[in-house]
Design a binder for this molecule. Structure first.
Ligand SMILES: NC(=O)c1ccc[n+]([C@@H]2O[C@H](COP(=O)([O-])OP(=O)(O)OC[C@H]3O[C@@H](n4cnc5c(N)ncnc54)[C@H](OP(=O)(O)O)[C@@H]3O)[C@@H](O)[C@H]2O)c1
Length: 286
């Protein structure tokens, strides 16, 4: 029996990794959670919740005890590298064998943007630890159209992306690759860039959202200065706004349009298209 600890188990990807591992033979899943209410929803079958707050070393130590494989998700915080490194140390001390880390597309480019540098720094730390690793470097998640930039009350999606096209990926595809890397061999010490099947613009995404929801959905290309100000006005901290503006810049420049065949190769099926994703999640925009 292999025990797998899934961090970020209540988040977009971690929750889908837990679902992908649920019911698998030979696997016991520990789902890391911060609240009892969220733990309740995850319980059942081969899945049991474990208290896990990155800033509480005793919880981190307890969570990794007896674990062989770790799915590592770091929160979007300024100290994400330190939090991740402490988890890696605890995992190594506890005898964890393999870390599958959720990273981000572009993390392997030198220089790059702040978000990528944070991921790359932690990737290097994991490589330096001597533990076996698999780095998953997905493009932007399709779920962002639900969680971060759904059409507003006026039906508009406001983003500073110009006509930049991006090969968004469904979280379920990231999770399927993660489950494969956690439960089969051949993925040791590798990094995978994960994308959806095609690149599309925000305008094209809005048209699809409008179609499946039956409500108006349009893209408004916002000047960068206005986007920057809007995020600050919403109360987002300056470091986060800076990181987001860098990311938006990459997307506007069209650097996030690359399409890879990794999902197909590792899962044996084509990645989910945005039209399929939108149909599955149409209720989110109604
Ligand atoms: N969004 C994108 O398009 C995108 C694309 C590529 C890569 N990524 C990377 O994906 C990662 C985020 O994954 P996600 O979107 O699945 O996450 P998410 O939905 O934002 O969820 C974050 C998870 O981490 C947990 N968490 C937050 N702070 C914690 C702490 N201090 N201690 C313990 N757990 C904590 C949250 O628990 P609670 O439920 O209790 O808050 C939640 O389970 C980031 O590293 C990001 O850079 C994102």
């Amino acid at each position: 029996m292999t025990t797998i600890l899934v961090t970020g188990a209540t988040g977009t990807i971690g929750s889908q990794v837990v679902s992908a591992l649920k019911g698998r033979n030979g696997v016991t899943v520990r789902a890391a959670v911060r609240s009892a209410a969220k733990a309740e929803a995850l319980k059942g079958g081969n899945v049991s919740p474990v208290d896990f707050e990155y800033t509480k070393p005793e919880q981190v130590q307890k969570a990794v005890a007896g674990v062989e494989k770790l799915f590592l998700v770091t929160p979007f915080s300024q100290d994400q590298v330190d939090l991740g490194a402490r988890l890696v140390d605890a995992a190594k001390a506890a005898g964890v064998k393999h870390i599958v880390k959720l990273s981000a597309m572009g993390a392997d480019f030198d220089g790059g943007i702040q978000l990528g540098r944070w991921h790359r720094t932690l990737e290097r730390y994991i490589q330096g630890s001597g533990l076996t690793y698999t780095f998953l470097r997905p493009n932007n998640f399709m779920e962002n159209f639900i969680n971060f930039y759904p059409p507003g009350k006026d039906g508009n999606i406001y983003l500073p992306w110009g006509q930049g096209a991006c090969s968004f990926i469904a979280g379920s595809d990231v999770a399927a690759v993660a489950a494969t890397a956690l439960t089969s061999s051949g993925h040791e010490n590798k990094g995978y860039t994960l994308t959806g099947p095609e690149a599309f613009t925000i305008g094209q995404a809005a048209a699809i959202i409008g179609e499946v929801s039956g409500k108006k959905a349009s893209y408004v290309d916002v000047p960068e200065a206005a986007a920057n100000k809007a995020m600050l006005d919403m109360g987002m901290p300056a470091w986060m706004v800076d990181a987001m503006m860098e990311l938006h810049g990459i997307d506007k420049a069209g650097y996030a349009g690359e399409v890879t065949d990794v999902v197909q190769k590792l899962t044996g099926r084509a990645p989910v298209s945005f039209a399929q994703f939108a149909r599955q999640h149409a209720a989110s925009w109604k």
